[in-house]
Design a protein around this ligand. Structure first.
Ligand SMILES: *Cc1c(COP(=O)(O)O)cnc(C)c1O
Length: 408
């Protein structure tokens, strides 16, 4: 028997949730594929994907049945006992990548926290207690724990919390000379997003990625790739490093890994992983059977030629539509990105107004994201129907028209 539930509205948010978010003024209650409905029954086409998370759309039948099956079998064991879904998922991730070892956690920030601790611990145990410098990039985003927010390159997120973890240096992204100027034998790691997501959808150049690998090798530093946003098929290969032919020592993945169920993973080579011992690091929930069962189903679907090959066509559909809108309204200075991680940077006339486009889009019935103040971001399902792209872009065009012709 279902108990009566109290009515909640968008106003409830303002009363009960820590005021760190500014959610839209409607509440989604239902999703199917790339369509979402709010409390009032209004329909939206979802180009936001829960921030690059729902890579197979909402309530994909294969993920739903994995969740139900595991939900009726075993929910949680902790790491005092291992479990079958975690072992299967780890084996598949290893099979599909450079990695030999996997650590599971629950969020991107936690996977990165593990990665940075591992990089430091490797350098300290293998080389020297002074080999602790981490090189990272301006506008990078790696999560909100104090360590990850400090490695992130946006001081507005890390200031105001007292002393930060030390020995972290930030240099401009895609500037190899700047990295050369700061790297030395005390450097334990370079941390890089192959495509900066929150920072504005900026891809590393091939020369930059190649150069980072070479500099790491010269200085016995580890190359850590944060693929929390750009991984799991988002750019048309399972992981973005595969486009570059540059292999990391440590890689983190989260967002799309569970298709909407919270789960993350840090992947590492055997050599790097071997410095860890029982008790060096851990988490209660990491590798939870429900999370891993869903992620296994997501990986089984995403890592197929059908899904990966379909991303290119969808990418072109988005680009063509955005360029057509731009031909008409001249709002974008640049349309960029890879696969289904696309950014449309606003022209000087619309500086810092990306959120207005988000609000207008919601009004017209399409969910989009921003990436910083000047970039409208699209991170839809990797299997979004072409008709949904076309219908959503028609709505987005109306939203653009709405922003540039304000009603008096
Ligand atoms: C979202 C994101 C994170 C943080 O993930 P959370 O799950 O929010 O902790 C880290 N790195 C990148 C590149 C991200 O996009």
């Amino acid at each position: 028997m279902k108990t009566e539930q109290a009515a909640v509205t968008r106003q409830t948010f303002d009363q009960v949730i820590l005021p760190v978010y500014a959610p839209a003024n409607f509440i989604p209650v239902k999703g199917k594929g790339s369509r979402v409905w709010d409390q009032q029954g209004k329909e939206y086409i979802d180009f936001a994907g829960g921030i690059a998370v729902t890579a197979l759309g909402h309530c994909h039948p294969a993920l739903v049945s994995a969740l139900i099956e595991q939900g009726q079998t075993l929910w949680h064991t902790s790491n005092v006992f291992t479990n079958e879904p975690a072992l299967r998922l780890a084996s598949k991730l290893i099979e599909a990548t450079f990695a030999d070892r996997v650590f599971f956690a629950n969020s991107g920030g936690e996977a990165n926290e593990a990665a940075f601790k591992l990089a430091r611990h490797y350098a300290v145990t293998r080389h020297s207690p002074y080999k602790t410098k981490i090189i990272a990039f301006h506008n990078a985003f790696h999560g909100r724990t104090l360590f990850t927010v400090s490695v992130g390159g946006q001081p507005k997120y890390s200031d105001g919390f007292g002393p930060k973890p030390a020995d972290i240096v930030h240099v401009p992204f895609n500037d190899l000379a700047a990295v050369k100027a700061v790297i030395d034998d005390h450097t334990c790691a370079i941390v890089v997003e192959p495509i900066q997501g929150e920072g504005g959808i900026t891809a590393a150049t091939p020369e930059f990625m190649q150069g980072l690998r070479e500099l790491c090798d010269q200085h016995q530093a580890l190359l850590v790739m944060d693929e929390v946003q750009c991984g799991m098929g988002r750019t048309g290969k399972l992981f973005t490093y595969m486009h570059y032919g540059v292999t990391p020592d440590i890689l983190t993945t989260a967002k799309a890994l569970g298709g909407g169920f919270p789960v993350s993973a840090m992947l590492a080579t055997e050599d790097v992983a071997s410095v860890m011992a029982v008790g060096t690091h851990g988490t209660t929930y990491g590798g939870n059977p429900l999370a891993c069962a869903v992620a296994e189903a997501a990986l089984d679907l995403i890592n197929t030629p059908e899904v990966l090959a379909g991303i290119e066509e969808r990418h072109h559909r988005f680009h063509a539509a955005l360029n057509a809108i731009n031909d008409k309204y001249a709002v974008f200075a640049d349309v960029r990105g890879s696969g289904l991680l696309i950014g449309a940077e606003l022209t000087a006339n619309y500086q810092s107004r990306a959120r207005e486009f988000l609000h207008a889009a919601a009004t017209e019935g399409v969910m989009v994201l921003n990436a910083g103040p000047n970039v409208v971001r699209f991170a839809p399902s990797l299997v979004i129907d072409i008709e949904d792209i076309d219908a959503g872009m028609a709505r987005f065009e109306k939203a653009v028209a709405r922003v540039i012709t304000p009603t008096v």
